[in-house]
Design a protein around this ligand. Structure first.
Ligand code: UD1
Length: 417
């Protein structure tokens, strides 16, 4: 089993370029099915989840070529509207193919998606929205079957601004007859990236990034070349790495506006942040201060994907931090691993109370999901001695060249495959 071996206590310096956003790339690659014409997607990160998405695209009959950050997808030759159970289980965002396939073929057959175990992650909002769009949804023997002659636009009010449900509605409606209005849509930057991609293909989507999104269905979409936006969660990972090691690091190829929800947390910890163009410099103090309270919320609130990363920093900060996880019910599994490294963290249901300690000690720990794994790497960078992070296949889902990037900043980290 692959692992990272980290020798902690090295301070970091220099600059690091942030990869393309995983959570944008996955829906945009799936969207190529809805486009139904050849598209070239640039700035695609090298991730196992991208590999899984490509396998799904090929299984549906798409022609896919991948080379150095560019993925070309020809979605004009779909031969199958069903996704194999094994592929669905590999990755949560496989569910995004639901809307894309319905747009392209009026049919989609799949089982419930798998992915990181961070909570129940139901898809009831996705399916209720599909029904509202005139799609017949049947669930039998563990399979979901969706069919329709043509998707019909409608008004859909989401009871929670789910990112995946918003994306599925956009994808299903993009070539529908009539207009679809999503009320209480997710406002994450990844929704904006998906809408910008589809609009560049000729779609008519307005309001992405706001609570009301309007999709006027169009007959057909056209080929484009498109570059995926930078990954705000990867950026936050490097910010945490700089913070825990008391370092000054420049993070390049970011959209600083996307990071505003986390800026104040790092500032409360005593870090200085300077944003200019597509770069951010973070300069951390010798000892961080506890940021007191962090509540994960839908965008523009504090992102749940950054919660574990900031917890590693809070673990060595001076003072007590209260972390309230409001999005996923099983997203504190990194706490017991951090405690193995000497952290003082208690979890009470949705609340983690982190009492900062002077220092962490290297230990053998397990990545339990993608961001939990990244948080343990961050903790290892500042721990005394050697940290071994096992099960790094979770980290490979979302990070391109993590060890190379950290090594170039001066960290001692190596991969053992
Ligand atoms: C996406 C991101 C993930 C991020 C999350 C929240 C991708 C590939 N993944 O996941 O990294 O952590 O947004 O920002 O973009 N819910 C329901 N019913 C549904 C759908 C969701 O109850 O049908 C609940 C979920 O259980 C969860 C909450 O809504 O409690 C948020 O989920 P959602 O926004 O849908 O997250 P994902 O799209 O799965």
């Amino acid at each position: 089993m692959s692992q990272y071996i980290i020798e902690g206590g090295k301070s970091l310096c220099g600059s690091v370029r942030v990869q393309g956003a995983k959570n944008s790339a996955l829906p945009i690659l799936a969207a190529c099915v809805a486009v139904g014409a050849p598209c070239v997607i640039h700035n695609c990160p090298e991730l196992s989840d991208i590999g899984c998405t490509i396998r799904i695209l090929r299984s549906l009959g798409c022609e896919v070529h991948r080379s150095a950050g560019t993925v070309s997808v020809d979605g004009s030759c779909i031969t199958d509207a069903s996704i194999d159970d094994a592929l669905m289980r590999e990755m949560r965002s496989s569910i995004i193919f639901l809307g894309a396939l319905l747009s392209a073929t009026g049919e989609a057959v799949m089982s419930a998606p798998g992915g990181c175990d961070i909570g129940l992650r139901p898809i009831d909002l996705h399916l209720a929205a599909m029904r509202k769009l005139g799609i017949k949804v049947t669930e039998r023997h563990g399979k979901i079957r969706c069919t329709c002659k043509r998707v019909r636009g409608n008004k859909i009010t989401l009871s929670f601004p789910s990112v995946g449900a918003t994306e599925n509605i956009i994808l299903a409606s993009v070539r529908a007859s009539g207009v679809t209005t999503i009320i209480n849509a997710a406002r994450e930057p990844e929704i904006v990236d998906l809408a910008m991609f589809l609009n560049s293909c000729g779609a008519r989507i307005s309001g992405a990034g706001e609570s009301t999104v309007i999709i006027e269905g169009v007959e057909r979409l056209r080929s484009v070349q498109y570059a995926i936006m930078p990954d705000r969660i990867a950026a936050c990972t490097y910010m945490s790495a700089a913070a825990v090691t008391g370092s000054s690091v420049i993070i390049e190829d970011v959209i600083p506006a996307h990071l505003v929800p986390v800026f104040s947390t790092y500032e409360q910890m005593g870090c200085r942040l300077e944003a200019a163009g597509s770069k951010i410099r973070i300069t951390a103090p010798k000892r961080l201060s506890a940021p007191e309270i962090i509540r994960t919320m839908p965008y523009p609130g504090f992102p749940t994907d950054c919660q574990a990363l900031v917890m590693s920093a809070a673990a060595v900060a001076d003072g007590v931090t209260f972390i309230n996880e409001n999005i996923f019910e099983n997203r504190f599994r990194h706490t017991s691993e951090l405690c193995r490294m000497g952290a003082d963290i208690r979890v009470y249901d949705k609340l983690a109370v982190v009492r900062g300690v002077e220092s962490l000690q290297g230990a053998c720990v397990n990545a339990t999901d993608l961001r939990a794994g990244a948080a343990l790497v961050v903790a290892g960078l500042c721990a005394e001695g050697v940290t071994t992070v096992n099960s790094i296949q979770y980290i490979d889902r979302g990070y391109d060249s993590l060890e190379e990037n950290l090594t170039s900043l001066g960290a001692r980290i190596r991969r053992n495959d």
